[in-house]
Design a protein around this ligand. Structure first.
Ligand code: PGA
Length: 250
């Protein structure tokens, strides 16, 4: 993994946007793997700004999101489908039918994962996957203990994940218990991966990621085996890692 140190959230967002813009300008029919959550919001704002100012075109781009809650309709403001429209798709020139999120009718909908895998294959695989990391080390919604060989399917959310995401809901009971998520092996097939890490809350897990070996209790640790991963981390996220002796910075 290549680590790029930046000062703060804004710098992380700007750099991540620049990487995507270059990807899209170099390969106009890029397949982008996108993420939701608090981390990529600033990056999407920079993409919108660039679209307005420089007219970078997404007309031929295909996007595939990492995950979606089960049990929320697409027009529910807490759904990731709604999030992506609000944060990005409604503001750039990407045709709606080229934007995909996994979706499952119920927790028993096993076909949904297989269909998403087929879709990823049909579009030729993901050129660049944007990732965040959960405070517990998850990528997508692949919680600690998930097999590294997992493919897209239904996942149960860890209590800590539901608590971390409760900030977007009125009450805890409203936070879905399950989601459909790209699997870890699916994510690993992406040709290039950009992992964004910002804020003091992510400092413990970022430290762990760099200090521990690859193991299934820390899903993001598998990224160390990928040939092209760039981690963009800000000073708050790096705070523990940098104070440790023997870290990558010593
Ligand atoms: P966050 O979520 O960007 O809201 O911190 C990241 C994640 O859970 O993967």
């Amino acid at each position: 993994m290549k680590l790029i140190e930046v000062q703060n959230y804004d710098e992380m967002s700007k750099l991540a946007a620049e990487i995507i813009i270059e990807q899209v300008q170099t390969k106009t029919n890029s397949v982008l793997g996108l993420a939701t959550g608090g981390t990529p919001v600033g990056m999407y704002q920079y993409l919108m700004k660039d679209f307005t100012q420089n007219k970078t075109s997404y007309e031929q781009v295909i996007t595939l999101n990492l995950d979606e809650y089960i049990g929320l309709e697409k027009d529910n403001p807490q759904s990731y489908s709604y999030f992506m429209k609000e944060q990005l798709f409604n503001h750039i020139n990407i045709p709606e039918n080229q934007t995909y999120l996994p979706s499952a009718k119920s927790v028993h909908d096993e076909e949904a994962g297989r269909n998403y895998e087929k879709l990823i294959e049909t579009v030729g695989g993901i050129d660049m996957q944007i990732l965040g990391i959960g405070e517990n080390g998850h990528i997508g919604f692949n919680e600690p203990g998930t097999s590294f060989s997992s493919t897209t399917g239904i996942v149960k959310l860890a209590d800590s994940t539901r608590e971390a995401n409760a900030r977007y809901f009125t009450k805890m009971e409203d936070v879905p218990t399950h989601a459909i998520s790209m699997g870890i092996s699916t994510i690993m097939k992406s040709r290039q991966i950009v992992l964004l890490v910002s804020g003091v809350k992510k400092a413990p897990i970022l430290n762990q990621l760099f200090q521990t070996d690859v193991n299934e209790n820390l899903p993001a640790s598998i990224l160390k085996k990928h040939p092209d991963v760039t981690v963009i981390a800000d000073q708050e996220a790096l705070s523990i890692l940098k104070e440790k002796k023997g870290s990558v910075f010593s």
